[in-house]
Design a protein around this ligand. Structure first.
Ligand code: NAD
Ligand code: G6P
Ligand code: MN
Ligand code: MN
Length: 433
């Protein structure tokens, strides 16, 4: 059977992943799942790992769950390595969210300064994991869920000696689910042609049973007063003029770019009223882990749906299954562009609909992106590339440059101040600087 290694196994999302493997056991014969964490996460690992064992026992499947702090033991001869770790845990995320607000800049997990710093902390760790994989499981696939997933995939493609990497986000599958709900049809009948970057992905067309329903969907989206369907973003309505003219399906993260002012105010007010998203999630996580401790619990609790990562397991396990079974179905993932989007370099990571084969995702070429979206996608890709280079080199100038070219930061002076403040706040997790 297959050996899976999951790095960041103490994540509260682990029951979600385990449920995915249970549901697809018929097509994906997993025999071992190794949940790896670090000392800081050991308590969480034990609690959620024991729940995972109860879930497997209840399902009556011959899957061994191993809980370990020994990454090498977990990676040895693994077939698939999934990553869901958070360097610095939620305390670091709270800083990513709070510090920029002082400067009048959005504080968010994967966008603007927060996204930059999460990347700076994460990229050295993922590259280290890749080095271990070269040695311990050179044929394994790396399925990365760790944010910022686009920047992290970019860094692996450019700086690691690993070709078999796929970045994964639940937003595209969530967009298909949301469209299915609007049209009141089963989601299996909906397909969106995705192209763009992680958290900057566009639906270029959308089909019901293979027939385009884009005009109808855009009309329906225009009528919504909350355009976001992920639990971590509370959106607004789009202006009908804008939506009609741009003529694509937007993702929730576009709110930060096309509604920057309103989103900044909203995020700031929420931080003052109930805490930043990380602070809210810290409470939620406590509740979840209390539930997970219950020795009678042997399924994924519903409360996990309050987290932003809904459908993660579906996305992850259907991807692994399609690689393993050479299914050649279409799934949106982060992969090497290889010319699929004309305005992005071949070797860069893009989030795009792909045919999933045993040799990995084959992106479906879209040519050039429509003019109204092309520039922003290129700009964010430049941000991700410069940020990844800053993470690898520890060059503070590059960190300032990355933040200055980010559309959410309006000045180089502001960028420099925020970078200095955040380098100091996060120095424990930024040994390269
Ligand atoms: P979390 O704070 O619970 O962290 C998960 C685990 O990672 C913790 O148990 C922690 O101890 C461990 N960890 C930290 N550093 C580690 C290291 N160097 N090696 C191994 N383990 C380490 O995080 P979470 O809220 O469950 O989220 C996990 C990750 O998934 C985050 O990076 C988050 O941004 C990401 N995420 C991605 C998506 C997506 O769409 N791609 C959606 C949701 C969450
Ligand atoms: C969304 C995104 C993730 C993000 C998450 C945050 O689903 O796709 O990339 O990390 O939500 O959720 P949280 O519950 O941690 O705020
Ligand atoms: Mn995501
Ligand atoms: Mn700028």
């Amino acid at each position: 059977g297959l050996k899976i290694a999951t790095i960041g196994g103490g994540s509260s999302y682990t029951p979600e992943l385990i449920e995915g493997f249970i549901k697809r056991y018929d097509e994906l014969p997993v025999s071992e799942i190794w949940l790896v964490d670090i000392e800081e996460g050991q308590e969480k690992l034990n609690i959620v790992g024991n729940l995972a064992k109860r879930m497997i026992a209840k399902a009556g499947l011959p899957i061994d769950i191993h809980l370990t702090l020994d990454r090498a033991a977990a990676l040895k001869d693994a077939d698939f390595v999934t990553t869901q770790f958070r360097v610095g845990l939620l305390d670091a995320r709270a800083k990513d969210e709070r510090i920029p607000l002082k400067y009048g800049v959005l504080g968010q997990e994967t966008n603007g300064p927060g996204g930059l710093f999460k990347g700076l902390r994460t990229i050295p760790v993922i590259l280290d994991i890749c080095k271990d994989m070269e040695e311990l499981c050179p044929d394994a696939w790396l399925i990365n869920f760790t944010n910022p997933a686009g920047m992290v995939t970019e860094a692996v493609l450019r700086y690691a000696n690993i070709d078999k990497v796929v970045g994964l986000c639940n937003v595209p599958i969530g967009m298909e689910m949301a469209v299915a709900e609007l049209l009141e049809v089963d989601h299996s009948r909906i397909r969106i042609d995705f192209a763009g970057l992680n958290h900057m992905v566009y639906g270029l067309d959308v089909y019901l049973d293979g027939v385009s329903v884009k005009d109808q969907v855009i009309k329906m989206v225009t009528a919504l007063d909350d355009n976001s369907f992920v639990k971590n973003i509370h959106g607004f309505g789009w202006e009908p003029e804008f939506l009609k003219a741009i003529n694509v399906i937007l993702c929730p993260y576009h709110n930060y770019y096309y509604k920057s002012r309103e989103m900044f105010e909203k995020v700031k007010q929420e931080a003052e009223a109930e805490g930043t998203r990380a602070e809210v999630v810290q409470k939620l996580e406590k509740e979840l882990f209390e539930l997970y401790k219950d020795p009678n619990l042997d399924i994924k609790p519903l409360q996990l749906e309050k987290r932003g990562g809904a459908y993660y397991s579906d996305a992850a396990v259907r991807l692994i299954s399609s690689i393993y079974n050479d299914k050649r179905d279409i799934q949106p993932v982060n992969t090497r562009n290889n010319g699929a989007i004309a305005s992005i370099p071949d070797e860069s990571a893009v989030e795009i609909s792909c045919v999933i084969t045993k040799d990995g995702p084959k992106p479906i070429a879209v040519g050039d992106l429509p003019v109204p979206v092309r520039g922003l996608v290129q700009q964010i890709k430049s941000f991700e590339r410069v940020a990844a280079e800053a993470a690898v080199t520890g060059d503070r100038n590059l960190a300032v440059l990355a933040l200055t070219i980010n559309p959410l930061v309006a000045s180089d002076t502001l960028a420099k101040q925020i970078v200095d403040d955040m380098l100091e706040a996060h120095k424990k997790y930024l040994p390269q600087f």
